[in-house]
Design a protein around this ligand. Structure first.
Ligand code: FES
Ligand code: FES
Length: 200
């Protein structure tokens, strides 16, 4: 059987309609799934991860970012929500020892992995990490909003072997923005802390 398309004048077979209709139905299904998800009906998922050396098990919406898991579910508010779009570095934490932007990381991806935040950087006796102490010693902050992310990135910068010169530090810290412009102190703090970290 053929049908004349009144808009185009083309004659099309019935079979040719199956694809577009199927596509429309699929789109409708996708949209209704999206609508359900927007209404908060998404299936929740169990995750277990080590946060600052402590095992934590949670049931979360699969869309939860690692940053929201830390701040909203675990009350670890050290990592900051600056841009929430991967552009400022305020949310930097370590995942299995490597720096990540927690606003761009899905919490479900951290299942069975280890996360370290600024709260977990100092020793169990409360002694500050050499990088934390160096930030204080060099006045490497003003308002302090970017500082937890700066320190986590700075520790990673040294551990990656990217702190051999001021120029290299600036390059590998370039993803962390400081609106107060404390960059001179930040670079000085990293240069001060790097040899102390290597000794520990
Ligand atoms: Fe994650 Fe800005 S809050 S990069
Ligand atoms: Fe204020 Fe960096 S110290 S944004």
């Amino acid at each position: 059987m053929t049908t004349r398309n009144m808009n185009t004048g083309f004659e099309i077979g019935r079979g040719a309609l199956v694809g577009p209709i199927a596509a429309i139905e699929a789109t409708t299904l996708d949209e209704s799934a999206a609508t359900r998800a927007a209404g908060g009906e998404t299936e929740r998922i169990d995750v277990t991860l080590a946060v600052n050396g402590q095992m934590r098990s949670l049931t979360i919406d699969p869309r939860t970012s690692l940053l929201d898991l830390l701040r909203e579910h675990l009350a670890l508010t050290g990592a900051k929500k600056g841009c929430d779009h991967g552009q400022c570095g305020a949310c930097t934490v370590h995942l299995d020892g490597r720096r990540v932007l927690s606003c761009l990381s899905l919490a479900v991806q951290t299942d069975e992995h280890a996360v370290t935040t600024i709260e977990g950087l100092s020793g169990s006796d409360g002694e500050l990490h050499p990088m934390q102490q160096a930030f204080i010693d060099h006045d490497a902050l003003q308002c302090g909003y970017c500082t937890p992310g700066q320190i986590m990135a700075a520790v990673a910068c040294v551990e990656e072997g990217h702190a051999s010169s001021a120029e290299q530090i600036r390059e590998y810290m370039s993803g962390n923005i400081c609106r107060c412009g404390a960059y001179v102190g930040i670079v000085a703090a990293i240069q001060d802390a790097a040899p102390k970290m290597r000794r520990t």
